[in-house]
Design a protein around this ligand. Structure first.
Ligand SMILES: *Cc1c(COP(=O)(O)O)cnc(C)c1O
Length: 352
């Protein structure tokens, strides 16, 4: 028997997540992973690295709770938002029995985490107006333990409709968790669903420092939920999930000064995004620019457009969604620095 055949059957059958970093590319301008163009400056104290870190460093938990206007008991810190997604599935879904529900096109990690853990995925695709089909979701809740919504949605940028969400929360009460992934919420903070947490104990919100905070490299994310849900996740999480240097950097990023830097970065990105949207609207090759609520724009180009290849030849790596259902000819452009956006504009304006 080969070692591959020794692995669990479902692992043998898995296709690993095609993360932007794995796909890579030859360019020098990386606008394919919704990262920030800068991270800021941090100080590290290495005096206590001989000790295991705390499972849930209080400095980080308290700072994030204050930032998100929730109680510390409603916060869990993990290795990125991705670990939060995985923990929710491992904590609530019985392999081979329970299911998660997703609404494609959306973030790929919900399905990947479910499949790795032997949990079936039900897909209720977004409607023509790119909203979750709330009636369809409510009709499909049988054996579903976790519903994943994403707002702003990656890659389409749309926000989840609050009335629909409330209807779903009522229908799912006592049966399934409703997760709203707010990885990009800093770019439109007035649309957070966090204020609903106190009224809906089955609501869970996923957050991250990877996007607006510019810290994808430290792998730090958060779950906001009722203390009961947080308590269950704490039973499953690894004993030392957050390395001490990560906790130090996260606490600095969440300080008053860190939040000012983050908000300045968000303002700059939103400004560059508006300028790019205007530029795209005037381009003959562009058919559609999707909702501008994150740090990216999903753009539909004319059928058969060679824009992805042209950008690539100019060293600009974008994320191609063309082969996803409903996203023919669509490319997602991360909003980077002003210089990077100028490079994008140069390619857009050439040989139209
Ligand atoms: C980037 C992202 C995450 C989490 O990213 P981490 O780097 O693991 O914190 C979660 N959800 C969506 C939709 C994302 O785009």
């Amino acid at each position: 028997m080969s070692l591959t055949q020794l692995a669990r059957a479902r692992v043998q059958a898995l296709t690993p997540y095609q993360s932007a970093r794995r796909i890579g590319g030859n360019g020098h301008i990386w606008l394919n992973a919704n990262e920030a163009a800068d991270s800021g400056q941090f100080n590290l104290d290495c005096a206590r690295l001989n000790r295991y870190p705390e499972c849930q460093p209080p400095t980080v938990i308290n700072a994030y709770a204050a930032y998100a206007s929730v109680a510390p008991e409603q916060v869990l810190v993990s290795r990125g938002g991705d670990e939060s997604i995985e923990l929710l599935i491992r904590t609530f879904c019985e392999p081979g029995q329970d299911r998660i529900l997703i609404t494609t096109p959306t973030y790929g990690m919900y399905a990947i985490s479910a499949e790795t853990n032997g949990v079936e995925v039900v897909d209720v695709p977004l409607s023509a107006s790119r909203q979750p089909d709330f009636d369809g979701i409510i009709a499909q809740l049988d054996r579903v333990k976790v519903v994943f919504l994403c707002s702003p949605n990656n890659p389409t940028g749309d926000l989840v409709d609050r009335d629909g969400l409330l209807r779903l929360l009522d229908a799912a009460e006592g049966r399934a968790l409703v997760v709203v992934d707010e990885a990009y919420i800093e770019f439109c903070p007035e649309h957070s669903q966090a204020p609903l947490l106190n009224d809906y104990p089955g609501l869970v919100i996923v957050r991250t420092l990877s996007k607006a905070f510019g810290l994808a490299g430290i792998r730090c994310g958060f779950t906001l939920a009722s203390p009961e849900v947080i308590g269950l996740l704490l039973k499953v999480i690894a004993p030392y999930p957050v390395p001490d240097p990560v906790a130090q950097i996260a606490a600095q990023a969440l300080s008053d000064q860190g939040l000012v830097l983050m908000r300045n970065r968000v303002n700059e990105i939103n400004q560059l995004k508006a300028e790019l949207a205007e530029e795209l609207a005037q381009n003959a090759q562009v058919r559609d620019v999707f909702a501008p609520n994150g740090n990216y724009l999903l753009v539909r180009f004319a059928p058969g457009s060679d824009m992805f290849a042209r950008m690539s030849r100019a060293g600009i790596i974008l994320r191609d969604f063309a082969n996803r259902p409903g996203l023919a000819d669509c490319i997602r452009i991360t909003i980077g620095s002003r210089a990077e956006m100028d490079a994008v504009r140069d390619v857009l304006q050439k040989e139209q």
